[in-house]
Design a protein around this ligand. Sequence first.
Ligand SMILES: *[C@@H]1O[C@H](CO)[C@@H](O)[C@H](O)[C@H]1NC(C)=O
Ligand SMILES: *[C@@H]1O[C@H](CO)[C@@H](O)[C@H](O)[C@H]1NC(C)=O
Length: 459
Amino acid sequence: MLLEGIIFGLFTFLVTARCETAEVLVEAGSQVVLPCKCSFRLCNPAAIIWNKNNKGTVWRKQRSGLQYWGSSWSQKDNQRVQCPHSQFDRGDYSLQISGVTEEDGGLYTCRIEYGNHVAVNQVMLRIIKVWASPSDAIWGNKVSVSCTLTPWPKEASVQWMLNDKMFVPSTGVITNGVGSVVIERATERMTGNWTCVLNHKNERRASATLTVRGIIQPPKDDTKLYAALGSAFALPCVFSPGLRPIKTVWEKLENENPRTLKNDRPSLITAGNSFRIQEVVLDSQGKYRCAGTIRGQRLTRTMQLVVAQIVQTKKKDSVMLTCQVSDASAVTEYEWVRVTYDLNGTESVEPVQKGQTVVLNNNWGEWTCRYNGKDGILGNVTYQVPMMSGHSGQKSGFSSNKGTVIGLSFLLVILLLILAQMYKNHQRRKRIFQYPALETIVHTISNEREERERNRGKD
Ligand SMILES: *[C@@H]1O[C@H](CO)[C@@H](O)[C@H](O)[C@H]1NC(C)=O
Ligand SMILES: *[C@@H]1O[C@H](CO)[C@@H](O)[C@H](O)[C@H]1NC(C)=O
């Protein structure tokens, strides 16, 4: 009767215990306590056996106090796995495991024998592991972020968050028997904290960090860069800190045909891999590409240089300035600013006028056109309007100049006419001596005259 009672009691206890299998979820590498408490009032000395499914006895203690480690847990593991004596008096035989690995995951059983009583506790230990491979990726290379729960429960599900925002992968998540893997080509936007949100009875989160390195400036392909005509400009190509590209090549993409920019002037490519344009001309506009090789991976960045200039058009009694940007697709607004300097050379900026053009009546000086995009100032270009003594004065100056020019031209014409006349006369005289017959006639005439006079003398 008593034995029957004990067996019945034991049976019910076992059933109850099995129904209440504790679930313990921990991240790999952390410390875990697998609970096992004796529910009887006085439980010491008791015989304890900790077992793990498929891995045999972990640790056992006899009533006498002798302790044994299971063959697959001995030595190296008895530092990692402990059942502290200090707790025995309180009937606490919980197992402590530090530095848990995925292999530690599984079903554990703690069996307590005290007197005629037997109690069995079950603990399911599941290990969460989140990691990125590689954790330090190069832009464009394949990278994977994995989340596993070992053992994997059938009803569990995984969602991903990147930097606290829901992450919807473009290539899809592979959910296999042990967890979830995101495999993508590394881009800057994948840098950050990856959180695996596990839903299994309760929600559990675990994170890993991923660093993607590459070209950080300009931040993305086809970035528009704005330069003022005539200014010096450096096209940037900045790599993540610690990355040293083997060789940086700059190309200009003309009609999609890349032309390598001259490398014969090494000063044009600076230490920071930027390409220096000494003076921006209208032809400088267009697409550029910088490329560098890191760990066998070629990284490239394209960018578009936009040239801004101020064009001056003279009107009857005013000057019109037009702000021209070679690609104004991102420009939402133009502002004009007049920059003045006081005697101390302190720059001050005068009130702003909006619009692409500005008409000046007598406002010489330095004018700056700022062009803005939806996110603020894109750039500016400055123009020096020459000093004028007033438009009317300038106009009369113009006409008096014209008078002088006309007068001078008139004098020149007269001078030419005189010269021409003198030349004609000279030619005529010359022509007379050109005819010897005429000379003979003249000569004969004078001879005849002489003879006649001589004859007259003889008479
Ligand atoms: C120039 O600087 C001096 C001293 O720094 C100051 O007293 C003076 O007011 C300044 N003049 C102008 C026009 O700002
Ligand atoms: C024009 O741009 C340069 C460089 O960004 C800046 O230093 C300067 O203050 C700007 N000038 C005006 C008038 O906005």
